[in-house]
Structure formats: C-alpha cells, structure tokens
Write a protein that binds this ligand. Sequence first.
Ligand code: SF4
Ligand code: SF4
Length: 330
Amino acid sequence: MKTSEVLHAWAGILEGRRPSLSIEITKECPLRCPGCYAFDDAHLGDSETTLRQLSDFKGDALVQGILDVVDRYRPLHLSLVGGDPLVRYRELELLLPELDQRGIHVQIVTSAFRAIPRHWADLPRLNLVVSIDGLQPEHDARRKPATYERILKNLEGARATIHCTITGQIADKPHYLEDFLRFWTARPEAKKVWMSLFTPQIGAEGPEILTPEVRAAVIAELLRLRPLYPILDMHQSCIEEFRNPPKSPEECIFALTTHTVSADLKTAITPCQFGGNPDCSQCGCIASMGLAAVGHHKVAGNLTAGRIFMVSDRIGTGVRKLLAQPRRAS
Ligand code: SF4
Ligand code: SF4
C-alpha cells in the first residue's frame, strides 16, 4: 500500500469508517466443502437463518446494489466472496471496471470452478485468490467439482494468489507443505501462495481442527519453508503471530478494520468474516495475523502501530456516534 493510501485509511478510521469491506455477493456455491464457515449454521449469528436462506441478487440489481454499498462505505480494499463469486461472473464483468474507476483494490476469492476471464489479468488493482486445500488427492476429496484438473484448466492465462487453508487432515503429513509449495512454485498461474490455518467456532469439534501440538509444528514448518520458497508470501512476523492470535475480536485489528456484508447486501457478518462465535485463540486467518504483525510494529520507543490504531479507532467510534445523533433545531 502507498503512503497516501495509508494516510487515507487512517483519516477514514478517525471519521469512524473501516478501510476494508467484504461482500458475500451470492449465497450460491456449487461446492460443499467440509468445514466451510460461510454455510455454517452460526455464520449469520442467528440460529434461525443461514446463508442459503437469505435472499440474494442477480443481474443489474446485484451490480447496482454492490455499487451502492461500496459508495456508502467508501473502502480502500474490497473483498468479493460468497458462496462463490464466480457464480455471478457476468455481473463481475460489469462491476470490475466500475470498481477500478473508483480506485478500489479488489480481491475475488473463488474455488475457480469455472474459467477465469483472461482479460482480468489486465486489471492492475484486482487480486484473484484461489482456495486450494492441499495437494490433489486431499483437495479433490474436499472440493469436487473444483478438482485440480479443472482448476489448472480454468486458470490458464491467469495470475492468481493460491490460498491454502491448512486443516487437521493435512497438517501433520510429513513434507506435505513443502510438496505443496514445490508444486505451485513450478506453475506459471501462481504468483504467490498464502497459508491460513483452519479456524473453528468456539466449542466446535472435527477433523479440520489442529491440535495445539500440530499447530506449533505447522508454524515451525512455515518458518523453515519461508526462506526456501519465495512464493510463500508471508512475512516472518506474520507467521509468528499464529503462536499468539488476538485474544478477542475487540483486540483484532482485522475485525476492527473490515466490515462484512452478506448476500442480502444488508446483514452484517460479525465479529469478523467467520461470523458466529469464532475461537480467536485458535484463529488461523492470514489477514488477521498480518495486521496483528503490523500492530506490533514499534513506531517510536514502545509506541506500537496497534496502539495508535486502537486510539484512532476509539476516536472514530466517538465521531460516528456523534454524527448519528439526531440534530436539534436551534
Ligand atoms: S467453495 Fe468456499 S463458499 Fe463454497 S462451500 Fe467451499 S469453502 Fe464454502
Ligand atoms: S479474525 Fe480471528 S482473531 Fe480476528 S476476530 Fe476473527 S477469529 Fe478472532
């Protein structure tokens, strides 16, 4: 991010705005991945309603609805997620140039179950993130019909960030992460690799969840691999944050700087993109760890960037409340 954009983001925070916006642009997805948080019963924070039950939009109504949300929140960074956003690829064709004109950095997170339009590679502010859950045997078992064979075909001519969520099923397999990095280093479609760890809801159980011992071993392995595979685009300090994630959403800079809206373009997902009651003590979100690392950066003496952010955020919250008060006629 440029200095001017950092200052712009900071000014927005002081006005009570969040610099990052995430929109679940559709409730539809052709996949049924085990452990998917978007379709978890707790995602919308209301046991009565799930993402599949929300009304979503298509066509011009979706394009205009998203632009209205964007113009209201004026983010610097926008994530388009789902469901799978490529279900609405026709609408994306109309939206992406509009968002580019507004100077917004856009990230599309997809399973790449359908072909990526080649001309998207010409959009300088677009980051295409493709979710790939390990090497072919484990990925294909979880993510059919978006199998490796199909993804590699659909990515022809594209340049994507490969995002792997490390689950309990692959975390303790010997040399697995190194084999994954070696495979994607050799692929021209991959410009970088990000790795997250599976994040459960509080009290959840299941094979996706990493034990504390396995989690510690994965962190050590990522630290070892980082200098060997430059495609792994994760700073050392970001990986080290996995050892000590934010204690709560109130201490999570990512949660505090990102507003997430669901497929009806109204419902806010809280406290972060996972929704429900996520277990921060087991958080494995790369974005949360990256911003936590920035927050721990010392700006002067013992003054950290995170301390400056928290004070700015409190000022912004006060400003927002003040502006929301009804004005009395004098
Ligand atoms: S592709 Fe994404 S949204 Fe669809 S089921 Fe899998 S994890 Fe969930
Ligand atoms: S991103 Fe992680 S640390 Fe932040 S609120 Fe969500 S679960 Fe907690």
